[in-house]
Design a protein around this ligand. Structure first.
Ligand code: AMP
Ligand code: MG
Length: 488
């Protein structure tokens, strides 16, 4: 059997086995052939020909073992107690084409013992946002959950209005969140040792080679998290709800709610409508990652050999890992080597973007129009938009900066600089307005726009014919980026 669910071998307090509650009259929304291929689904007729029924919870393949997992969490800095899979089920685990573990998790699968006040369902708009964002981040090269596809149905779901119920088959390397350990510490502390062994053996087997596997594992989680957040900052991604129940132990982006991609550059930007204090503002993400790990790690002091001092050593690499990855990435975005003069230029550049509220994605990409205009007509156009948005004073700053920048570029092998800029500055990210247009059409039963955006985001670093001007249009500078509501 290719599919299994090793989670059922763990202590039964950790989950609740149950089938999904099926959706009425399900229809295909979109199917991700990249993920299907990665999972080897293309060769499996039973799964391929029944994907709509599987996602709708109408058909559970024989070797799937659906279950809801218990977890807890800190939400907006407060202990929230037991949470758990309130509307999702871990359906199965499988080794993908690269022999890497992948979870299939059905989101929108109905009530579970962890549903609390919720209805166990997901609506179409949030399903589409999650579907497109997982794809966008994956294709951008950022560690993230993704999805096999989604379906829409006639099941009615009440939010501010009645909406169509939908379901998404999320595919991630793991669905174990920091909050799983927080749940165990509160409700079943005796299983922490067994659970830690499971996390190491399944997701960090290389840590078994260490003399202190638990500490090696904890250090790896810290480093993976720091790298993921550095990638978010570089691409301009704001997760929006960095609660401990939304952070994976593998350092892969998980749980897309009120996320957003930065448009007009503002480090203090808050994308989550409910985040009144800006706890999860873009610029706070690195510190919040640290905060989350810092509340998570002490639970492991229950295990032998783990002390406050050894935990401090596990957490210590966070800042250096983040900085190294972020600074290296910034230099790559400018096509420059990682050294102090490049960093000076990079931070001056970010200040220029901030002072003039320029579009983050387009401005970085526009630099190719400066460095190699002949080969980059699209970027040349972006550059002319950028310069028209500068007032007289800012134009002088730009001229002075770009002269120094070009001088620095001249000292590098040109082809290398261009390649590094082309592969780290996307042409397309999932702007809120793009997602919204796809959602509006899908709510009328038209999925062509979801498909077009999906195809566009399949190659985010390449200028494409299927793009329209709207796909890369920044909102007006005086219009704040629309925050996204949590009701999903
Ligand atoms: P989220 O805000 O999506 O990260 O969810 C936080 C917690 O609320 C998790 O335990 C979810 O399973 C649960 N939850 C969110 N929406 C629903 C819903 N519609 N029905 C049941 N549980 C939900
Ligand atoms: Mg969540």
């Amino acid at each position: 059997m290719r599919y299994k669910n090793t989670y059922v071998n763990l202590d039964t307090r950790l989950y609740h086995e149950q089938p999904p509650t099926s959706l009425d009259n399900p229809r295909a929304g979109h199917f991700n052939t990249y993920v299907a291929q990665q999972l080897g689904w293309s060769d499996d007729d039973d799964l391929m020909s029944n994907w709509v029924e599987i996602l709708a919870g109408q058909y559970v393949p024989a070797d799937f073992k659906p279950l809801a997992m218990a977890y807890a969490g800190h939400q907006f800095g407060q202990w929230a107690g037991q949470l758990g899979d309130g509307r999702g089920l871990l359906m199965a685990q499988v080794l993908d084409q690269d022999n890497q573990p992948k979870d299939l998790h059905l989101k929108g699968a109905g009530l579970t013992p962890y549903s609390r006040m919720g209805d166990g369902r997901a609506v179409l708009r949030s399903t589409i946002r999650e579907y497109l964002c997982g794809h966008a981040l994956t294709q951008l090269g950022i560690a993230s959950s993704n999805a096999l596809g989604f379906v829409v149905s006639d099941t009615r779901v009440r939010r501010e209005r009645i909406e169509a119920g939908a379901a998404l088959m999320r595919v991630a390397d793991s669905h174990i969140r920091l909050g799983h350990v927080e749940w165990i510490a509160s409700f079943a502390p005796d299983v922490l040792g067994e659970f830690t062994d499971y996390m190491i053996d399944t997701y960090y087997p290389e840590c078994r080679d260490s003399e202190t596997p638990v500490l090696a594992f904890l250090t790896s989680v810290v480093e993976h998290t720091a790298r993921m957040i550095a990638d978010w900052q570089l691409i301009g991604f704001a997760h929006g709800v960095m609660n401990t129940d939304n952070l994976s132990i593998t350092g892969s982006t998980l749980d897309f709610g009120p996320f957003g991609f930065m448009e007009r550059f503002n480090p203090a930007w808050i994308n989550n409508h409910s985040d009144h204090t800006g706890r999860y503002a873009y610029q706070n993400q690195p510190a919040i990652g640290h905060w989350n790990l810092n509340v998570w790690l002490p639970h492991f002091m229950r295990l032998p050999g783990v002390t406050r001092e050894t935990l401090a050593e596990c957490l210590a690499p966070y800042e250096a890992t983040f900085m190294q990855h972020y600074q290296q990435g910034l230099c790559r975005k400018l096509g420059l080597p990682h050294e102090s003069e490049s960093l000076r230029l990079a931070f001056e550049w970010l200040t220029l973007l901030e002072d003039n509220v320029l579009d983050y994605t387009n401005s970085f990409r526009a630099l190719l129009g400066l460095v190699a205009p002949d080969d980059h007509p699209y970027e040349k156009k972006l550059l002319s938009v950028l310069t028209t948005e500068l007032n007289t004073e800012a134009s002088l700053v730009w001229q002075e900066w770009s002269t120094r920048y070009l001088a620095q570029i001249e000292q590098q092998p040109r082809e290398e600089a261009i390649l590094s800029m082309q592969t780290s500055n996307p042409v397309y990210v999932l702007r809120n307005s793009m997602a919204q247009r796809a959602i509006t059409a899908a709510e009328q039963g038209q999925f062509e726009e979801v498909d077009r955006v999906f195809r566009l985001l399949s190659h985010p670093y390449t200028v494409q014919d299927i793009a329209t001007e709207l796909d890369s249009a920044a909102p007006a500078p005086d219009v704040a980026q629309m925050p996204i509501s949590c009701s999903s």
